[in-house]
Design a protein around this ligand. Structure first.
Ligand code: CO
Length: 502
């Protein structure tokens, strides 16, 4: 393990030439194309290996599917309209259904064949600054994650309400207020946490943020099994100082843990139509990153005030996991040196990976009694989309699976799946290089084994050689390839998803 301060400080090489031999940039960039078809229960053919018989269920994935309209490209992939893919596996058979989420904006823009809304990450409407100035409407693109809550399949985008879809046909039913839980267009996080039974019953813990000079976090817990499945059982709102950009969080039996990044917003270029909302975010050295620990209603500290602790420098989108031991809370997260943004003049398809900070997995131990924090780097290799066995969420896990770059240090596109032993640092990898680019790995534990690393890893892989997407299934224990399916579809590099057993 490396101590934080032993790691080289300057990892940013803004003028470096991208000469990484592990990937072809054209192959990487070729994933960014409009999803051209919507398939319905189309049978799939396994092209390598065979499907595990015990792996029965549906992989749901969300991500941007609309990259261009009327010849104009989105400015950042995060601005692409959400497209849901559902791959059903059933006793050796596989089929695929995919649908765009029919959001209000998607319907209007499809009819007009042009962008009618500004995107949060930099996409502007045609017509220049004048056409964009003072247009503060938020375009809910429902592109970040997909989850089952009660009997609804929800497409999530954190700054607005969820869109409900039919879990079988993926037909959009419309914006959902979750049976009256949410106000019209209330923010609802794209990073729910699935409590595997910290207090006997399974629950879904999630949140919504209302941000501004002061921010509010609404923390919600829903029942996730039995007759009451989908019912809201805990609901509390907390006020905090400062602008909060909270994409993800972590849970333990007693705490919901947030990391408030030290960033600020200068909204003026956004109001004037010169920059998007996200392009107005900047690291604020005057601010201090904070961990916010909110007591869970079902835990031992119920009713107590949230606790705040100084957090390490850097910017965090995603956490791996958190757990408690004695007076310590430990949280593992992926840290960037700075907020990675794509400026108004840059084309995301030509981005120089070396000019962007890489994500490093770090472990922070927060001592609640001494109010002290210690940080260690647990993986120096650029990574994203890390997860533990879902049965170990909120508990100390031995293993993690994540997407990493091919290069050992510095930044690069995600091409490997890495299994990391969190106890001793040992790791193994599966590589899709040079033509393949991996998305978020989803670990599906075996129902028939108590071993933490027994099960499968499901990954959507962009295959630049084939100009289409592959579904790859690995053995989660040793990362050997179990099955590969050449999907009859080109799906751009995606975001998050989930597995639902049948
Ligand atoms: Co995310």
């Amino acid at each position: 393990m490396l101590k934080d301060n032993k790691y080289p400080q300057n990892n940013l090489k803004p003028n470096a030439i991208d000469v990484s031999p592990s990937f072809d940039k054209q192959f990487w960039a070729s994933a960014y194309q409009n999803v051209s078809e919507e398939l319905t229960n189309q049978s799939l053919v396994v092209t390598k290996g065979c499907l595990p018989k015990n792996l029965c269920g549906t992989l749901f994935r969300n991500g941007p599917g609309q990259m261009e309209r009327g010849g104009k490209w989105i400015h950042h992939p995060f601005d692409g309209d959400g497209m849901i893919t559902a791959i059903n596996l059933n006793e050796g058979n596989a089929s695929i259904t995919n649908r765009f989420v029919r959001t209000q904006a998607w319907e209007e823009e499809t009819k007009a064949n042009k962008f009618l809304y500004r995107g949060v990450f930099g996409t502007q409407k045609p017509g220049g600054v004048l056409s964009n100035a003072f247009d503060l409407r938020l375009k809910n693109i429902a592109n970040t994650n997909v989850m089952i809550l009660g009997d609804e399949l929800l497409a999530l985008w954190e700054a607005a309400g969820p869109y409900a879809l039919d879990p079988k046909t993926l037909e959009t039913k419309g914006l959902s207020n979750l049976n009256g839980v949410l106000k019209v267009n209330e923010a609802f996080s794209a990073h729910p946490k699935f409590d595997p039974g910290h207090h006997q019953k399974k629950k879904i813990v999630t949140f919504g943020v209302k941000t501004g000079p002061k921010s509010k976090i609404r923390l919600m817990e829903f029942v996730d099994e039995g007759e009451q499945c989908g019912h809201l059982i805990h609901d509390n709102t907390y006020n905090f100082k400062g602008f909060a950009f909270l994409h993800d969080f972590a849970i333990t039996p007693n705490w919901a843990i947030f990391l408030q990044n030290a960033i600020s917003i200068n909204p003026i270029p956004f109001l004037l139509g010169q920059r998007s909302a996200a392009q107005c975010l900047y690291s604020s050295p005057r601010n201090q990153s904070k961990f916010i620990l909110i007591p869970r209603e079902s835990g031992s500290f119920k009713g107590q005030n949230p606790r705040l602790f100084n957090a390490p420098d850097g910017f965090v989108f995603h956490h791996l996991n958190a757990w408690e031991s004695n007076e310590e809370v430990t949280i593992e997260s992926i840290y960037y040196k700075d907020f990675p943004s794509i400026g108004p003049e840059q084309d995301f398809r030509k981005i120089n990976f070396d000019s962007l900070p890489e994500g490093l997995l770090k472990r922070c131990k927060i001592n609640l009694q001494k109010e002290s924090i210690s940080t260690t780097i647990i993986s120096k290799q650029c990574c994203e989309f890390a997860m533990v066995n879902p049965n170990f969420v909120g508990r100390k896990a031995r293993y993690a699976w994540m997407a990493t770059s091919e290069c050992e240090e510095g930044n690069g596109p995600l091409q490997n799946i890495k299994k990391l032993d969190l106890k001793n640092g040992a790791s193994s990898k599966w590589s899709a290089s040079p033509e393949g680019f991996v998305g978020e790995p989803i670990m599906v534990p075996s129902k028939y084994s108590p071993n933490e690393d027994e099960g499968w890893i499901l990954i959507m892989v962009w295959n630049g050689d084939r100009n289409a997407t592959d579904l790859v299934i690995l053995d989660s224990k040793d990362l050997t390839l179990q099955a590969k399916i050449d999907l009859p579809l080109a799906i751009p590099h995606g975001l998050h998803g989930c597995w639902v057993n049948t």
